[in-house]
Design a binder for this molecule. Structure first.
Ligand code: 3AM
Length: 181
């Protein structure tokens, strides 16, 4: 099962993010039910491995925190793959991600080597970025400059399965973990 660990958001935040996406006329928008902040991408895992991981994650102790969703940005501005909402780094998020990564390793799984860059993907443009998208994208980003969303209280995170379908990814929550001591 293709799986990952992520923070998802309360309905009010999802609705606000969807309103931000509504102004975008290009790219494949992430549907509201898929909006998340990835803490760890696990790739294909069997049920036994996920059960071991579930036990590890159940023991994780991390503090709830307030997350500030900052401005919009493009991953690789020349030929962007995706548009994302930035996240103001806070020590609690860094500590949570480190704790999750340690739990994943204790469960015998390996993590991608890339550095953790917290973000919420809003839209994808595909590997062959079409330069015709540049103008509408630049206009959209200019219109959205200074975007500020209300801070969101993060009180849990979850383990998700991701099924890749022709019409996009379908996520299913496998387990949820409350933050707190
Ligand atoms: O947080 P986002 O939506 O940017 O891109 C995938 C998505 O990230 C990422 O895991 C999240 C849930 O699918 N992902 C997919 N394949 C990956 C890989 N091989 C990956 N991250 C790292 N390595």
């Amino acid at each position: 099962m293709r799986s990952f660990i992520a923070i998802d958001f309360p309905t009010e935040t999802v609705e606000r993010i969807a309103r931000v996406q509504a102004g975008l006329s290009v790219g494949r928008k992430v549907p509201p039910e898929n909006l998340h902040l990835t803490l760890a991408f696990l790739g294909d895992q069997d049920v036994d491995a996920l059960e071991t991981l579930d036990a590890e994650l159940s023991h994780l102790r991390a503090a709830p925190f307030r997350l500030d969703l900052a401005g919009l940005d493009l991953l690789d501005s020349e030929t962007p793959d995706l548009l994302y909402l930035g996240v103001r780094p806070v020590p609690e998020l860094t500590a949570l991600q480190a704790g999750v990564a340690a739990a994943v390793r204790r469960a015998g799984m390996t993590l991608p080597r890339r550095r953790f860059r917290p973000h919420v993907t809003l839209a994808r443009f595909g590997h062959r970025f079409d330069s015709k998208l540049s103008v509408p994208l630049a206009a959209y980003l200019a219109q959205m400059a200074g975007l500020a969303l209300p801070a969101v209280e993060i009180t849990s995170f979850a383990l998700f399965a991701s099924e890749l379908r022709a019409d996009g990814a379908r996520y299913a929550e496998l387990a949820r973990y409350q933050l707190g001591f």
